[in-house]
Design a protein around this ligand. Structure first.
Ligand SMILES: C[S@@+](CC[C@H](N)C(=O)[O-])C[C@H]1O[C@@H](n2cnc3c(N)ncnc32)[C@H](O)[C@@H]1O
Length: 276
């Protein structure tokens, strides 16, 4: 396992995070691993309240791009005081970054106290970090693995950026995730405010809304299985921005090819119930 591809960096907030040298990207760049995870995913998705209110089996979270586990551990910290059953399904193509993080738990801070559970997850593929929480690791490419996990009620969509990790933002991938949700209720949060990503999510069958601000970002993106789950859905005025943008074409086939939206895609977008 090559751990040389990662290094520790200090963020503006003073917190430490991990930078991937190969992708040239730092994780949770704005405020730090636990603050961004809490604001963007845990609080915005009302994870604790929704897990408590959930009926008909465990509340299922998909943690897409486990990385150094900032989102997963922040979820566990938040879920400590409830007893409702929760399953966290983490997807990761290369666990080297988590191995690296495990060697630097003191500097990173947020992993402290969870070392043995993470080690168990890495060796066994499954761990029970809290009595009511089962944590499972799906190794490999997310798109090929997502059919193995039960339908989610919450997705933390946190790969690298579309420019560096285009396969993780494609129409095919978001459509497969939406199909796995089926008739259930699900929210999906991510750090980008990219018009192209929002268009891709919408054309893949998700209702799409403005997400909370976090760190340096004045807004992010939240998607939902049903539009009435969104507090601030994108409206018809946003469509004007799509039409004028030079970077609104949906991502297809794992290619990063920014460009204006085609007439055919725009017609399909306008016809979605969310914009009716
Ligand atoms: C920004 S990091 C994730 C940070 C992490 N969620 C956290 O909270 O600490 C992105 C992660 O996505 C993983 N990844 C990239 N492409 C993937 C794929 N096709 N399938 C599964 N994981 C992937 C990378 O290996 C990397 O660990």
């Amino acid at each position: 396992m090559d751990l040389d591809g990662f290094e520790l960096v200090r963020l503006k907030s003073g917190q430490r995070s991990v930078r991937c040298r190969t992708h040239g990207e730092t994780m949770h760049v704005g405020t730090g691993p636990s603050t961004e995870a809490a604001e963007l995913h845990i609080r915005q998705q009302r994870i604790v309240g929704r897990a408590q209110a959930h009926t008909g089996g465990p509340f299922v979270i998909w943690d897409v791009g486990l990385g150094p586990a900032g989102n997963a551990i922040t979820a566990l910290d938040a879920l400590r005081d409830i007893t409702a059953p929760v399953e966290i399904h983490s997807f990761e193509i290369d666990t080297a970054v988590l191995e690296f993080a495990l060697q630097h738990t003191e500097a990173l801070g947020y992993l402290a106290g969870w070392e043995s559970q993470i080690a168990e997850l890495l060796t066994q593929g499954i761990a029970h970090p809290l009595p009511h929480v089962c944590w499972q690791l799906h190794r490999g490419d997310y798109l090929s693995q997502l059919g193995q996990a039960p339908p989610p009620a919450a997705i933390f969509h946190d790969p690298y950026s579309p420019a560096r990790n285009p396969g993780m933002w494609s129409l095919e991938l978001f459509r497969a995730a939406r199909e796995r949700v089926g008739k259930g209720e699900c929210l999906l949060t991510n750090y980008t405010r990219s018009t192209a990503v929002r268009v891709t999510l919408a054309l893949a069958g998700w209702a799409v809304g403005f997400g909370v601000a976090t760190g340096d970002k004045d807004q992010t993106t939240i998607a939902a299985s049903h539009v009435d789950l969104l507090e601030r859905p994108l409206g018809r005025d946003w469509l004007l921005r799509v039409r004028a943008s030079t970077n609104a074409a949906p991502f297809r086939g794992g290619q990063y090819a920014p460009g204006a939206i085609t007439d055919a895609d725009f017609t399909a977008l306008q016809a979605l119930p969310q914009f009716g």
